[in-house]
Write a new protein. Structure first.
Length: 604
């Protein structure tokens, strides 16, 4: 059987404004090596929007023989969990495997050279880490490598904060969260200076050290940047740099009770890792002046990173807010973050979407400076195109109705040749069994057919694909009037190689043998929402599609009894399917419909 390989070539190298900037920087000699990063916060699962960022950051590294770091910006332990760290690592490795995994920046446990210093403190905290060059022999799954963590830099970030205090650019503030927000003002109204803004450097150093020592309760004090409370940009109105949180950290343990804010830790983590181009989404445009202020205020000796912003990827009929996705999980709308209806990478993978198809879609969506809704049909087209060449063809009937071929004897088996994948350069075939009892789709029969109905009907003929033409002779019903079986005659002369094999009929339908098929649970998924922009709704929970999942017991050709998780299948005339990676087990087959076919046959 054909199996998914993750080494499908990427689309032609795209061109966009960020790649143009990178090219100009290299041409001008501003950077000798390009280093990017993908910096998720471990407070949820990655979704399709993150896939665009992953492919952009790793793609730029891949195209320029550079590296891209997977770094967890883990500065808020109250919302972060190891479950998210593990899921993110798995998702990133899955998406870039065979495509850009050789560009993955890694830290290798090894030698510990002496660090550089600034103002008597270590400048390059990563001096204890030896970064490898891109190598096909090193990947994130190697035993001696691990992702980067902002929490690994907490000691250096604390030292930088002391430097800001010494320079008169940071102070300890005693305002509580509510008063801090009140003093901040509004976009239309300037803020007010904190009454603690003019503390002496010595007092600020003492209080900050005592904050670290755990002397004060949560929320009692914070460290703030000293910038401008009247700045038009709200992010420059003395933003918080550190807050007190007496909570253990999933990676750093219980060593710390003060934690840096994202905007402070992020830019310095970029600097410490030698990032050249810090690429993020448009909501961080207003944060960029703060990013630059922190780095420039420290007067750091090495080249500073620069931030660039691009538009989010928001496909139609999807939510890409981690907060709202969490609501779907906690509200039991879905079965978990990896539910195949979710736009998470784990959900898309479980549904059966190949990594190569997802890469092709997000890269093809382009990189711009304007947020816009992406038509979900574009993604569906890319997925179908990928699966059309990848998936082996099989026969399966989702909603079976029994047919008795009255001119075949009990136990008689007629072998028919069925094509595995017509897209292969040299298509191969397999044997399927035609027997006295077969199943067809209930939708392929109509007792009272509508006009121009070319499937099975009283007195009508259809071709069983790969087998022969059959004619309906009799409809059998039970005492309640429900149809129990259809009795037909098989014209065996119309089989391939038979004297009447070229006989034409307008309808061709799929089928399976009753005795040479298996029963399996099949989950038919549809879009989770009924509107194209659920995130724009006042209450997105009110536009949940009540028919987003249908669980049925189907009949599948017997070869699918040995299906494996890495295989993809097209049930002919039905759709593309994959074995469920979570609920399937020995003796229990569960198949997910990845995506429907373009059902042009229904127009006949």
């Amino acid at each position: 059987m054909t199996v998914e390989t993750n080494a499908t070539p990427a689309p032609a190298t795209p061109s966009d404004f960020i790649r143009d900037i990178v090219a100009d920087d290299l041409a001008a000699g501003r950077h000798q090596k390009i280093v990017t990063r993908f910096p998720p916060e471990p407070n949820g699962y990655l979704h399709i929007g993150h896939a665009k960022s992953i492919c952009l950051n790793f793609g730029i590294a891949r195209e320029n023989n550079g590296t891209c770091n997977l770094r967890f910006d883990d500065t808020n332990p109250a919302k972060e969990e190891l479950e998210y760290v593990d899921s993110i690592t798995t998702d990133v490795n899955w998406l870039i495997a065979g495509w850009a995994d050789h560009c993955l920046g890694v830290k290798v446990k090894g030698s510990h050279p002496a660090p550089q210093t600034i103002n008597g403190r270590p400048d390059h905290y990563l001096a204890s880490i030896e970064r490898s060059s891109p190598s096909s022999q090193l990947s994130a799954t190697s035993a001696n490598v691990e992702p980067f963590f902002a929490s690994d830099y907490f000691e250096q970030l604390f030292a930088y904060a002391l430097t800001l205090i010494e320079k008169g650019k940071a102070y300890v503030c005693d305002l509580n969260a509510e008063d801090t927000e009140t003093y901040r003002g509004s976009p239309e109204k300037p803020g007010q200076d904190s009454p603690f803004r003019n503390r002496s450097i010595a007092e600020n150093l003492d209080l900050f050290q005592r904050m670290r020592a755990g002397e004060f309760p949560n929320g009692a004090r914070s460290l703030r940047a000293k910038i401008d409370m009247t700045a038009p940009n709200m992010w420059l109105r003395d933003p918080l740099l550190y807050r007190i949180r007496h909570v253990a950290h999933h990676h750093a343990g219980d060593k710390w009770c003060i934690y840096p804010l994202y905007d402070y830790a992020h830019c310095l983590s970029d600097y410490l890792e030698g990032i050249t181009h810090s690429i993020c989404t448009l909501e961080f445009v207003d944060h960029r002046p703060l990013y630059d202020w922190v780095l420039e205020s420290l007067e750091l000796p090495r080249t500073l990173p620069h931030q660039y912003e691009f538009s989010k990827l928001i496909p139609g009929y999807m939510i890409v807010s981690k907060r709202k996705l969490l609501q779907l999980v906690t509200g039991n709308v879905v079965t978990g973050w990896d539910d195949p209806r979710m736009p998470t990478l784990s959900g898309l993978r479980r549904r059966g979407i190949p990594a190569a198809a997802l890469r092709k879609f997000v890269i093809g969506a382009g990189v711009t400076k304007f947020d816009a809704l992406t038509d979900i049909a574009v993604m569906e087209h890319v997925v179908r195109e990928e699966l059309n060449s990848l998936a082996v063809r099989r026969l399966g009937v989702l909603r079976p109705i029994k047919i008795i071929l009255t001119n075949l004897a009990e136990g008689e088996v007629i072998e028919c040749d069925a094509t595995n994948n017509p897209q292969d350069e040299i298509p191969t075939t397999r044997k399927v069994a035609l027997t006295r009892e077969v199943f067809i789709e209930s939708d392929d029969f109509a007792e009272v057919p509508p006009p121009k109905y070319f499937r099975l009907k009283p007195g009508g003929e259809v071709r069983l694909k790969y087998a022969c033409i059959i004619k309906l002779d009799e409809i059998v019903k039970d005492a309640a009037g429900a149809i129990t079986e259809l009795r037909c005659t098989a014209d065996l002369t119309t089989r391939a190689g038979g004297p009447n094999s070229d006989k034409k009929v307008k309808g061709t339908i799929h089928w399976v043998s009753a005795s040479h098929s298996i029963a399996a649970e099949v989950r038919v998924y549809d879009r989770l929402f009924t509107v194209a922009e659920p995130g724009a709704e006042e209450d997105f929970m009110k536009v949940i599609n009540p028919h987003s999942l249908e669980v049925i017991t189907a009949r599948l050709e017997s070869s699918l009894a040995t299906a494996t998780l890495d295989e993809r299948f097209q049930l002919e005339r039905v759709g593309y399917f994959a074995l469920d990676s979570k609920d399937s087990a020995p003796g229990k087959l569960v198949f997910n419909r990845t995506i429907s076919l373009k059902d042009t046959w229904t127009k006949k």
